[in-house]
Write a protein that binds this ligand. Structure first.
Ligand code: C2E
Ligand code: CA
Ligand code: CA
Length: 652
């Protein structure tokens, strides 16, 4: 038996949860019309058996009124198809149902007991039976509104019992008492079953809440899996997944969209100079600036390191995509300020438009990357959109890549040597080995071009080692005092396999390592400073020398120069070409001074005229190289050239 307080809580509709009210309402919607139908059928039956005995106003009149009320209630319940949203409204309706149940019960019991005065024992027995089955039926139908069941039971069974008690007929009294007890038991059963019903609803609510919680948790997990933790931007995974979705949408509606890649221009040196904590703060600031600068249709993602992705949902053409990309470059060109440090970063951007540049995600990303590479190498701080010219260049690069893999590549490749002259003594001190390729299918191709292709296509390691072995072999034709300079590419410096291969080649040639200098460009070193510095350390510990090539064209950060174990600097030939201008002169003077301070050898390359030579000499440079002395030439020719020069020097 439920405790009284619990019973009260259960019966008080104001304490029921909205979900319970809704569930009660839903059940009653089905059962209450049935209850009214039962009332109508039962009333009909009693009216029929009393038609002969009772006055017409009772057997027909009152029944008609009761019939109409029941009919109206059936229609009202059936016409309410949906459950009201507002729990307060449901509670009001249920309370009205309880009150109405009381009123209708009074009417029915009064009418039944009034009929009981008419007819013989059978008819009167019918009334007693009618009241009994009707009240039991109503209790059943009101299982989900026990308040109403209680009201109906109390209103019907108490007068019923009193009525038959006053009749002084033991049979009717026994029947009434029996029915009263049965209804008491039934009320108890209804209360139990309602309690179970309430618990069931409660547990359903719990389950729903838990599953909503699980759902929210898994959505949060999914969001985190697609979020970059440092900047809070969508990450690489999101970028690619979203690109796939945009492709699908574009295929369906024919609209274009664009993707972009933004790479910060000077992030690595900043990170190396100021440390990772400031670097992280800087990346977060970059993210904030980019998101602020992005319109509603652009999603900024962080793809990793200092690379950001743009998803441009607008139907843009190449020109519009370029304007948008340039907008981001301009934003990044503005200085950043962190902990009172002013940092000028800059960023380059590559973009590709779907479907013109590529019609699947990998191709589109590749094209975008290609455009970014173009910006980085030729238009720093600018945006480049992948175009048909790029497509043509990619095809050309592919042809070069194929030719580089030809079986006869080792016969097609040659090494030429360009003398490096001590301009004070006039003697040749070393030679720079420069690769020459006469492809059987493509003809002569400049090393600038094929080295870059070999790097991008992963063929560089094999090519470098092959060229170095050739250089070592041909260089042996030159006089013994001449040293060898050999160029390494960016990838070579970060590949321990290549570095070890170079050391092995020197060992097996039997050459003294101190006679060899490897030239690395600043850009190559800066691409992965730590790894490059380690490789340089390894090479130097083996005894070879290392020169920084094309100095002045890359980052030119003095901060890292101190930390780099190098032996010499080669001033880029663009500065020599510019030597007549005050700025060109100043730069060369500064670099020469720097070499003196750091005790590094300084080589000037690209000396083409006597005036340039005189200038360079006046600035205090000792080593020079350029067309003024000689073009790069095959080993045999180079040997004769050196011999002739030495002879000329000897004869004065
Ligand atoms: P680099 O290392 O700066 O090589 C010097 C380039 O300047 C050579 O071009 C050389 O022929 C050219 N040069 C020399 N003197 C003068 C001059 O007075 N005026 C002008 N305008 N140019 C001069 P080259 O041989 O076409 O090589 C271009 C680049 O290709 C090289 O630049 C180097 O970065 C790369 N390279 C060449 N051979 C190799 C190699 O075996 N391995 C690697 N990784 N890169 C190589
Ligand atoms: Ca070089
Ligand atoms: Ca150079």
């Amino acid at each position: 038996m439920p405790k009284p307080t619990k019973l009260f809580a259960l019966l008080s509709l104001s304490q029921a949860s909205p979900e319970l009210l809704r569930a009660q309402y839903a059940e009653l919607q089905r059962q209450v019309p049935l209850m009214y139908a039962l009332l109508m059928v039962n009333a009909c039956a009693v009216a029929f058996t009393h038609y002969e005995f009772a006055p017409v106003y009772l057997s027909v009149g009152v029944v008609s009124v009761l019939f109409s009320v029941c009919g109206i209630r059936i229609v009202m319940w059936l016409s309410q198809r949906s459950i009201p949203d507002d729990p307060a409204l449901i509670a009001r309706q249920l309370r009205r149902t309880v009150v109405l149940a009381g009123v209708i019960s009074i009417a029915f019991i009064a009418w039944s007991l009034a009929l009981d005065r008419y007819g013989g024992p059978y008819e009167r027995g019918h009334v007693a039976l009618y009241i009994a089955i009707t009240v039991i039926g109503c209790i059943f139908c009101l299982t989900h509104l026990p308040q109403a069941a209680l009201v109906v039971t109390a209103i019907v069974t108490v007068p019923y019992l009193v009525h038959y008690l006053t009749l002084d007929d033991p049979v009717f009294f026994a029947m009434a008492l029996n029915i009263f007890l049965v209804t008491c038991v039934m009320i108890q059963v209804v209360l139990y079953s309602f309690q179970s019903f309430a618990k069931l609803v409660e547990s359903q609510v719990d389950v729903a809440a838990k599953s909503a919680e699980t759902q929210a948790l898994s959505e949060e997990n999914a969001r985190l899996a697609q979020t970059d933790s440092l900047t809070g931007l969508p990450n690489r995974r999101y970028f690619f997944a979203q690109m796939e979705r945009m492709i699908e949408r574009s295929r369906a509606d024919g609209r274009r969209f664009a993707v972009g890649l933004v790479d910060l221009d000077r992030f690595k040196p900043v990170n190396d100079t100021y440390g990772h904590i400031l670097g992280d703060e800087l990346l977060a600031d970059v993210a904030v600036r980019m998101v602020h600068g992005a319109g509603g249709s652009v999603t900024v993602c962080r793809l990793g390191g200092d690379e950001f992705g743009l998803l441009i949902a607008d139907d843009v053409d190449e020109a519009a995509a370029e304007t948008l990309g340039q907008h981001f470059c301009d934003l990044l060109a503005q200085p950043f300020e962190i902990d009172d440090v002013q940092i000028v970063l800059g960023g380059s951007c590559g973009l590709a438009v779907f479907p013109d540049a590529g019609d699947d995600a990998p191709t589109l990303f590749d094209r975008c990357d290609y455009a970014l590479y173009h910006s980085k190498s030729q238009r720093r701080g600018q945006a480049t959109v992948f175009s048909i010219e790029h497509e043509i260049r990619i095809r050309a690069d592919r042809a070069i890549e194929t030719a580089l893999q030809s079986a006869t590549i080792s016969e097609e490749m040659e090494v030429h040597f360009q003398p490096i002259v001590d301009i004070v003594s006039g003697h040749v001190v070393s030679v720079e080995a420069l690769a020459r390729w006469n492809s059987s299918t493509l003809g002569r191709i400049s090393p600038d071009v094929f080295i870059a292709v070999a790097e991008r296509s992963g063929l560089i390691s094999g090519l470098t080692l092959m060229l170095f072995r050739k250089a070592l072999a041909d260089w042996s034709e030159l006089p013994g005092q001449i040293k060898l300079c050999f160029n390494l590419s960016a990838h070579d410096v970060t590949s321990s396999e290549t570095v070890l291969g170079l050391i092995t080649a020197i060992r097996s040639s039997g050459v003294e390592p101190g006679r060899i200098t490897f030239e690395l460009t600043e850009t190559a070193v800066m691409r992965n400073f730590e790894v490059a510095a380690r490789a340089i350390g390894l090479l130097r510990s083996f005894g070879v020398r290392v020169a920084l090539d094309d100095f002045g064209t890359g980052y030119s950060s003095l901060g890292y120069l101190h930390r780099l174990p190098i032996d010499r600097l080669k001033i880029d030939r663009s500065f020599i070409a510019d030597l007549t201008s005050p700025s060109g002169r100043n730069i060369v003077t500064a670099i020469v001074g720097l070499c003196r301070d750091l005790k590094l050898d300084c080589i000037v390359e690209g000396v083409e005229s006597g005036e340039q030579l005189a200038e360079v000499k006046a600035l205090g440079c000792r080593l020079a190289q350029g067309y003024l002395f000689s073009q790069p030439m095959p080993a045999g020719q180079c040997a004769s050239w050196i011999e002739a020069r030495d002879e000329r020097a000897a004869t004065g």
